[in-house]
Design a protein around this ligand. Sequence first.
Ligand SMILES: Cc1ncc(COP(=O)(O)O)c(C=O)c1O
Length: 453
Amino acid sequence: MRSVMSERNNKLALLGGQPAVTGEQKELFHWPIITKRHEEAVLEVLRSGSMSALGVTTEFEEKYAKNLGRKYGLASPNGTASILSGLYGLGVGVGDEVIAPSYTYWASVMQIYNLGATPVFADIDPESLSMDPSDIEHRITPRTKALVVVHLGGYPADMDAIMDIAKRHRIKVLEDCSHAHGALYKGREVGTFGEAAAFSLMSVKSFAIGEGGMLFTDDRRIYERAIMFGHYRKHGKIKLEELKKYIGVPLGGAKNRLNQMSSAIGLVHLEMYPEWMAGIDKAMNYFCDELEGTPGIRPIRPPKGSGSTKGGWYFPLFKYLPEEMEGLSLTRFSDAVKAEGTTCNPGAYSPLHLHPAFTELDIYGHGKPTRIAHYRGDDPDLLLKQTLPVTENMNPFVFEVPWFKHFQKKEIDQHILAYRKVVENHQELLADDDKEKDKEIGSFSSAFSKDDL
Ligand SMILES: Cc1ncc(COP(=O)(O)O)c(C=O)c1O
């Protein structure tokens, strides 16, 4: 490791030294990017008074689907709605089981309840943090209808193995690509593997249009069922006989029309995103390359030369290796790194399967926990007590790093220095280390900001 001693004041900021990161660095993190073209596109919608119409949104759906190489795109006001209507599209219903990760944002999973189905959780791979293919097959029963796969923190899940399992067992796959816009798995874009794929497009995501979600599929039946669920104004598109007689009311009681101002932003984004993404990718890979080999920390990214990439790098994560830091807790490490002026948020997600909404709560008044309200398997109690060793123990070993939006070497170098400085001086942090604090790491949301409160 290159010594930082000579580079600047080496006293840790947490212990009274100068922070490694100076200046505001606003542009490095400014997001989403809104250009004159975005403003004009939104103004056009505003001036036409057509915020609730469909034309701009239809154009956005068609162009996005074409870019991704899928037949159908269906926009909704958020990714949560896209996942719900996507699951309905796949035919998920009462008594079905859906295998999903627990180490994710709740919106990958909660909707399974709305359809009367049961979430069955699978563990994650400790290197990628996405679903572990070797923990899926033994959870499959004759009632398993679908798999929700999340490309967590932009890291593409192992889609060859997952699709192979799904095909052999005739299970449908919904990819949750909310963290992974533009990410590649072995050279192929995520969102093109599963029978359906959903993306969140809200403001903090890498493809950010304000609020919005997209569902993609090549299957006409999935598309039409998703339309029937929450897009009554699109019922004119329905061709399937089995659905035609229900035209007129949304079967999910949902109204999922996307505001056209967001669609207008999305249309401009489609043209600009590849260039933005390349800038993010260059910046993040530079940051990771420079820190690769630094004791105690390791970038989480697909191996070079694998053809897999992290796209827009939403929610970039590193591994923490306390055994290389004399057992220093992640909490203490991250406090010290943050004091240097950069991002270092300990943990990723709190395990959903341990949340009372999944272990005990009767949300809809079934007289038993919603998790098992419609469960048809032999041992509902076993399901409520599910354990997932990797998921449950992951948080003290993973942290979020800064998400650079541009390759600005000079500024990024300061963030690299911040990390190196703390690693080099970690012994000074051992004295006041309270390891118990690592037990509190975790959150059910990665996307809270002060504005939410
Ligand atoms: C993995 C994942 N899935 C789904 C969603 C839901 O998207 P939205 O917030 O647009 O409803 C999010 C949002 O943060 C997410 O992180």
